[in-house]
Design a protein around this ligand. Structure first.
Ligand code: MV4
Length: 447
């Protein structure tokens, strides 16, 4: 087993990883920017190393500083959490070269999944369902137009280096496609230094349903069922739940098998997520594969009763997994509590938390790094807490969430709590009747 793990992250996920390490008897090293010197991850780790000034690019993203911190503390492994360096192929490679185990994917796997057109071709070859469209990259506009004629409008142009909604264009006719072709290529060249584009049939009103998988170094792969992440705004997830209210036993079986095929096709090792779009006829299509632990891993943990960070660490040292799939019977929901004003277009609201009281009781979990008098720095993302409920049924999980939200006191900054209160009361949400378009029409009522 590892003796010491360096956590290359901050906030709630750094704390989350430290907690598991403590339970496993593994020593921990925190890294921090000067803006985070009073953070709980610094306080709760066995050792802490300052890696630079507040901007991420000068601290949490500065590879030489992170590697130096691992070397001087004699760490055997680095856990990158999510975001920051978690899907950076170069960082994974440099860890390898320094004989430090990167608790995440191999550089080749990150590169393979990071190029969306080639990831899609890999999945198509492995017989994982993909969305009809171009084969690999488009060579010019006439080719795009020809394929659009075959698959019929609406179509979507996607940047191969994009992801998370960047570098995409929805097109309803030849004219929009021509405009989109030029503007998306320009934008992608500037944003990613890569203007490769591919084309797909546009799936209208899809659901975003992802399958959690785990794969060990011995060829065993299992799936841990799904999470429904359709409640998003500008590609930022707000609420996640498992099981998906749209799921059926037959669909879960098929999507679970497809996700395992996807993992096997790239010789995947570790925990990962295969994202799918699911249309109204319950046809599903591969979208992306995430090679990191995700923010919403918590709800899966609640329903399968396993610690996924512990699974990641065990797989990284070469332990075997059982290889059996999980079909949970409990229901779990997560509300992301962000320091944002939901009445002002989710505008960020950094500053001091002047008063703090967390809800508790049966079936409630809170993952957070904040406390009374904590100062939320303006330099990082605005998520400050994850409120998670678990219960026997969806209705009970929603009831618990309403009760917990009503008990949650966070003063001094604006938060997304009032939005979640309204969502939990929404008739369509309660019916499980939502797609990725839900937030485009959801009206937040001013108090
Ligand atoms: C799509 C799509 C409809 N049809 N592809 C957005 C993020 C990126 N990973 C892929 N995305 C989409 N791809 C086809 N062929 C709709 C989206 C999409 C979306 C997907 C998941 C969750 C939220 C979304 C919000 C807008 C668009």
């Amino acid at each position: 087993m590892f003796k010491k793990i360096l956590i290359a992250n901050r906030g709630e996920i750094a704390l989350r990883i430290i907690r598991t390490c403590k339970e496993m008897g593994i020593r921990t090293v925190a890294v921090y920017s000067t803006a985070d010197k009073d953070s709980l991850h610094v306080r709760f780790a066995d050792e802490a190393v300052c890696v630079g000034p507040p901007p991420s690019k000068d601290s949490y993203l500065k590879i030489p500083n992170i590697i130096a911190a691992a070397e001087i503390t004699n760490s055997d492994a680095i856990h990158p959490g999510y975001g920051f360096l978690s899907e950076n192929a170069q960082f994974s490679r440099i860890c390898q070269e320094h004989k430090i185990k990167f608790i995440g994917a191999l550089p080749e796997q990150i590169e393979g999944m990071g190029d969306k057109a080639s990831a899609k071709e890999t999945m198509k070859k492995a017989k994982v369902p993909t969305i009809p469209g171009s084969e690999g990259l488009l060579k010019d506009f006439p080719e795009a137009k020809k394929i659009a004629g075959q698959i019929k409008y609406p179509v979507i142009l996607k940047a191969t280096a994009g992801g998370g909604g960047r570098g995409m264009r929805l097109c309803w006719d030849d004219k929009e496609l021509e405009e989109g072709w030029h503007s998306a290529r320009q934008e992608s060249a500037a944003a990613f230094g890569n203007d490769g584009m591919y084309l797909e049939k546009y799936i209208e009103e899809p659901r975003h349903i992802e399958i959690q998988i785990a794969a060990d170094q011995h060829g065993n792969v299992c799936h841990l069922s799904e999470r429904d992440c359709s409640i998003q705004r500008r590609h930022q997830k707000l609420v996640e739940e498992t099981p998906s209210p749209f799921m059926t036993d037959a669909l879960r079986e098929k999507m679970g098998e497809a996700a395992k095929k996807a993992a096997l096709a790239v010789n995947y090792e570790g925990v990962g997520t295969v994202e799918f779009l699911v249309d109204k006829h319950r046809k599903f299509y591969f979208m992306e594969m995430n090679t990191r632990i995700q923010v919403e891993h918590t709800i899966t943990e609640e329903v399968i009763n396993h610690d996924l960070i512990k699974e990641q660490i065990k797989i990284a040292v070469g332990d075997k997994i059982s290889g059996k799939d999980y079909f949970p019977t409990m229901h779990s929901i997560q509300c992301r509590i962000n320091a944002e004003d939901p009445f002002k277009g989710f505008m960020p609201s950094p500053g001091t938390i002047t008063n703090y009281h967390a809800p508790g009781g049966h079936g409630i979990r809170i993952d957070t790094h904040v406390y009374a008098n904590y100062v939320i720095p303006p330099h990082y993302d605005s998520m400050i807490s994850k409120l998670i409920t678990v219960a026997q049924t969806r209705d009970e999980a929603i009831t618990k969430m309403k009760r917990a939200l009503a008990e949650y006191i966070i003063e001094g900054v604006k938060t997304t709590i009032p939005f979640h209160v309204q969502l939990m009361d929404d008739k369509q949400f309660n019916k499980g009747n939502f797609t990725t378009k839900f937030m485009e029409t959801f009206e937040i009522k001013k108090p």
